[in-house]
Design a protein. Structure first.
Length: 541
């Protein structure tokens, strides 16, 4: 472990120092504080005192003008946004909102891309040459990364509500890159496993907290379409991971070729971190108000100015009871449990197909190397198709919200699942029973496309339903869903090869297809009785 310690201190501490320095340099609040400290600076020369006073009065006038334009201050000094202020994130222009949505989506794409960066068919061979271990051990880096994603949100989600979305997403995102570099550099298998888990743990921040950004900037009637756009990036990352990694691993003929995708993921993450740090703005309204209130107190000497966020402090008790225990408490309620299992099962199949597809095409058609990963493009096209269906239904759902006085109608998320949810099991059967050399390759790829379309429709619909049904505890219900789905995604690839080796591709695919088929009635049942069951829960809106 001494080597690991040296790598940790070599790769982690210097970038962390640079990260803190970057946040210091780019923080607008620091600039404001610097100006006002200069204005209050004491000097022995009377002329300098007069200049400072004039500057302070000018700054105070400017701050008060902004106060009257963008904010509301009540008699107690409580600061809040003017509901028409362009500084309020929900009042930003559509162009700015789309920019933030897409950039946070690309950030999550990079985090998800890394989840399958070590899920190529050549990886077991390379790991065996480098460390002398079998196939099951070589699958653990992918499993541990996904398990890290399961636990990370429970830590980083509350931090994003204390320090803001930008810090809560970007600092863990950058730290994930650091751990990817450590994975690529370590010479010990234990180091690969430990830091792969830590990389996934930190990658959980953008995967979950970036969804909070969309809630910050989009109104409920628009949020469904924005989430569909965001979901395209989230689901595309795992789809492209094996193909990109296979190309990189085949670029050199050395056992260490498995390290190249980790360097690539780390460099991509660092690049995106710099772009986001320079271009993105804070979107969490309470944190924005807290920063503005602090600036106004210093500028105007009116120390009673405050906001609600100033009175909230995240302590250990709240972290444990609310952010660790509440997600599991919600997970055992009937609706959350069934919907989370439904979403997690399709998510697990999604990862099983991604990680097993190359071997299935090698077994049945003799495809080798990167060529065997190309059917993932069909999965991506299916996801894109499903996202367009989600956006179309989101517009229809937005009209229902308007008719319901702006209140969500959770059960109206299910009709789309009822219409197209069958695509996933049907796609699995088509993929399984047409995986033969005598049948043209386009036919199983059509099945894979249907799997992708059905997956994203079911998964996004379930997530939207949970958020609409438990809006007050949306962070906890998302954390519960993320935990369960990550456990499924981490475990499914571990038995996929045995499944297809023992049963064959035909019956192996049929087994998971029959289970998926058995879950098709779920949206029908909850569409009819979901509201009655939901209203019995203490967590309901």
């Amino acid at each position: 472990m001494s080597t690991l310690g040296a790598l940790f201190y070599t790769y982690f501490l210097p970038p962390l120092f640079l990260l803190i320095l970057a946040n210091f340099l780019f923080s607008k609040q620091v600039k404001v504080l610097a100006i006002h400290k200069m204005s209050f600076a004491k000097t022995e020369k009377s002329s300098e005192v007069q200049d400072t006073t004039v500057e302070h009065e000018s700054d105070s006038t400017s701050i008060l003008k902004e106060l009257n334009t963008h904010f509301v201050l009540d008699d107690s000094g409580l600061l809040s946004f003017n509901h028409l202020s362009p500084r309020k994130p929900k009042n930003w222009t559509t162009k700015v909102k789309l920019f933030h949505t897409i950039l946070y989506g690309i950030t999550t794409f990079a985090a998800q891309l890394n989840s399958t960066a070590m899920a190529t068919s050549i990886l077991p061979e390379l790991i065996k040459k480098d460390f002398g271990v079998g196939r099951e051990i070589s699958l653990l880096p992918t499993t541990l990364y996904l398990l890290g994603i399961a636990f990370g949100p429970m830590v980083f989600a509350p931090l994003s509500e204390v320090y803001g979305r930008k810090i809560g997403v970007l600092i863990p995102f950058f730290t994930s890159a650091v751990f990817s570099f450590v994975v690529a550099s370590t010479s010990e298998l234990s180091g690969v496993m430990i830091f792969r888990f830590l990389s996934g743990f930190c990658a959980g921040a953008p995967i979950v907290s970036a969804g909070g950004v969309l809630a910050d900037i989009w109104n409920p009637t628009q949020r469904g379409a924005a989430l569909a756009v965001y979901a395209c990036f989230v689901s595309s990352g795992p789809s492209f991971g094996p193909t990109i990694s296979s190309l990189l691993m085949h670029s050199i003929d050395k056992p260490s070729a498995w390290r190249i995708p980790q360097y690539f993921s780390g460099l991509l993450t660092v690049f995106l971190f710099v772009v986001c740090e320079l271009t993105l703005s804070e979107t969490y309204e309470p944190v924005i108000l807290a920063r503005e209130a602090k600036s106004m107190r210093i500028a105007t000497d009116r120390w009673q100015i405050h906001c609600k966020h100033d009175s909230w402090k995240l302590d250990a008790r709240e972290l444990v009871l609310v952010h660790f225990i509440r997600p599991f408490a919600m997970l055992i309620t009937p609706i959350v449990l069934v919907i989370a299992i439904f979403a997690s099962y399709v998510y697990g199949i999604f990862y099983l197909i991604i990680t097993t597809m190359p071997e299935a095409f090698t077994m049945t058609r003799g495809w080798q190397g990167t060529v065997a990963t190309l059917p993932n493009i069909s999965l991506f096209l299916g996801v894109i198709t499903g996202c367009f269906l989600n956006m179309a239904w989101a517009n229809h759902y937005g009209k229902m919200i308007k008719l319901n006085n702006g209140q969500p109608v959770p059960e109206q998320r299910f009709p789309l699942l009822m219409y197209v949810g069958w695509m996933m099991p049907v796609g699995i059967f088509i993929f399984g029973w047409t995986s033969s050399a005598s049948i043209h390759w386009i036919v199983p790829c059509i099945g894979i496309l249907l799997i992708g379309c059905g997956f994203i429709t079911i998964f996004q619909g379930c997530l939207n339903y949970l958020v609409d049904a438990y809006t007050k505890y949306s962070a906890s219900v998302i954390a519960a869903n993320t935990f369960l789905r990550s456990v499924f995604a981490a475990s499914f690839p571990l038995f996929s090869k045995q499944l297809f080796d023992n049963l064959g591709v035909h019956w192996g695919a049929s087994l998971i297809g029959f289970i998926a088929l058995g879950m098709i009635p779920i949206p029908f049942l909850f569409y009819k009785w979901g509201k009655d069951i939901r209203l019995r829960s203490k967590f309901t809106n």
